[in-house]
Design a protein around this ligand. Structure first.
Ligand SMILES: Cc1cc2nc3c(=O)[nH]c(=O)nc-3n(C[C@H](O)[C@H](O)[C@H](O)COP(=O)(O)OP(=O)(O)OC[C@H]3O[C@@H](n4cnc5c(N)ncnc54)[C@H](O)[C@@H]3O)c2cc1C
Length: 416
């Protein structure tokens, strides 16, 4: 990278707004191309969501074959195109260049060896600072206007209004969840006022609401349901195997997140979505019958099911929670019901709790380089665009891939 670019007073070559992974990646491209860059963020520090993502293990990307990787994305924005320039492999190489080694976990997910995000963010910010990217925090972007001298961007800061004039600008303002980390989706009103189409925000990779009995919720909230399969009734999405977590209000976790889009779809269609749950995916109904051939004797029903089928703890409680009426009277019928439980989802948990946001700037508003068709020189990147993916490292990879594409294209304009 070039060293120490000097930014002329409020007139950088390029402005980047939003210091998440997408904005930082755009800034990296622009500075590497030799242009002066100012990056502004509303928060007191950049990369707060990235740091939060590192709590419990930063899942950088996924090591599955490219075709499968690409198939994870939905929405009107063309993620496949961005991944041509920056894919899962590029992510691990990029991290290595920052001195961060990665490893592939058993599920194919890729993590930094240290698991956390802070060493990576520290190294990245150090690299950008040495190259001359000027980061201004507590600068809230309020919009842009055309003047006789070009495009001016308006910011609110702790010391008053600031205007920054730049020939190109990359907006990377994030989605609309976890607003306390900076991405509050307030940019939507600004873009809508400029007639930029924005698809409604929806929670993605968030929990669902299920009415548990007070007893079940009190005793089992926070407990993981390990090795189960889950599907959405009436949906084309196939059932998935994995883990979900019981919460006070319903369920969350990897399996629920993977089915987010289908759950949202059926909720939108009929106001309710039914999940089909198999608590014993490794046993066929024939095997269950065979295992229950031995008499129950003096064992209690729950003890019998635990010993014979391994149905215990939260699984056993869930079975009792959901199987009622005559089925409850017969232990074999009850065990067989464990393979096809129905869970009625009332709704998604609120957007602010979700890991990511579906919806955002519509793909039709942008050209292939992520520049707004109606506003030459103004680009958008990251989670603020209309795309969606499950957790598994896809969110960070696509956010950074879009930042790279927008940053390079913005540099291309400056070079003309
Ligand atoms: C709990 C949690 C765990 C996660 N774990 C993972 C994971 O392991 N793997 C994965 O791939 N993804 C994960 N994600 C998702 C991932 O962090 C996001 O998809 C990613 O950070 C999006 O990057 P971005 O740059 O588009 O937006 P953000 O990271 O949200 O950054 C947007 C930035 O814009 C700034 N901003 C917003 N509005 C303004 C304004 N008006 N003016 C100035 N600045 C503004 C914000 O302050 C923020 O710094 C997780 C998310 C959460 C919440």
């Amino acid at each position: 990278m070039p060293e120490n670019r000097v930014v002329p007073e409020n007139k950088p070559d390029a402005l980047v707004v939003g210091g998440g992974p997408a904005g930082l990646m755009a800034a990296q491209q622009l500075i590497e191309a030799g242009y002066s860059v100012v990056l502004c963020d509303a928060m007191p520090a950049v990369g707060r969501k990235l740091l939060r993502a590192g709590v419990g293990g930063l899942n950088l990307t996924h090591a599955e074959p490219k075709a499968e990787f690409i198939s994870r994305f939905t929405g009107s924005a063309d993620v496949t195109l961005w991944l041509e320039d920056f894919d899962a492999q590029s992510m691990t190489e990029w991290a290595r260049e920052l001195g961060i080694d990665t490893f592939v976990g058993s599920s194919g997910r890729v993590f930094p060896v240290q698991m956390k995000a802070s060493p990576l963010l520290r190294a990245w910010l150090g690299q950008l600072a040495r190259a001359g990217v000027e980061i201004r925090t507590r600068h809230r972007w309020c919009g842009w206007r055309q003047t006789a001298d070009g495009t001016v961007h308006d910011f609110e800061t702790s010391t008053g209004q600031v205007q920054i004039r730049a020939r190109v600008c990359v907006l990377a303002l994030g989605g609309a969840s976890w607003s306390r980390l900076g991405s509050d989706g307030r940019w939507r009103d600004v873009l809508s006022a400029h007639n930029v189409p924005v698809t409604d925000f929806m929670p993605s990779n968030g929990g669902v609401e299920i009415s548990w009995s007070p007893w079940f919720s009190e005793h089992f909230a926070g407990r993981p349901l390990k090795t189960v399969t889950l599907g959405v009734a009436g949906s084309k999405t196939s059932c998935r195997r994995g883990e979900a977590v019981v919460t006070t209000h319903g369920m969350e976790g990897g399996l629920i997140y993977a089915l987010s889009a289908s759950i949202r779809e059926s909720l939108a269609k009929s106001g309710v979505s039914t999940l089909t749950l198999d608590l014993l995916p490794d046993l066929s109904t024939v095997q269950i019958r065979q295992k229950l051939n031995k008499p129950q004797g003096k064992m209690s029903r729950s003890n019998y099911l635990r010993k014979r089928l391994g149905l215990d703890g939260v699984k056993s409680a869930l079975l009792r929670e959901l199987v009622t009426g005559s089925a409850e009277q017969d232990v074999v019928t009850m065990a067989l019901a464990a393979k096809q439980l129905s869970l009625r989802v009332k709704g998604m948990r609120p957007l602010d709790e979700a890991i990511s946001t579906a919806g955002g700037v519509h793909g039709a508003a942008l050209n292939q380089d992520l520049m707004l068709n109606e506003y030459p020189g103004l680009f958008c990147a990251g989670e603020m665009l209309d795309w969606d993916a499950p957790t598994g490292g896809y969110l960070l990879t696509a956010s950074m891939a879009s930042g790279l594409r927008a940053g390079r294209a913005a540099a291309g304009i400056l070079g003309k």
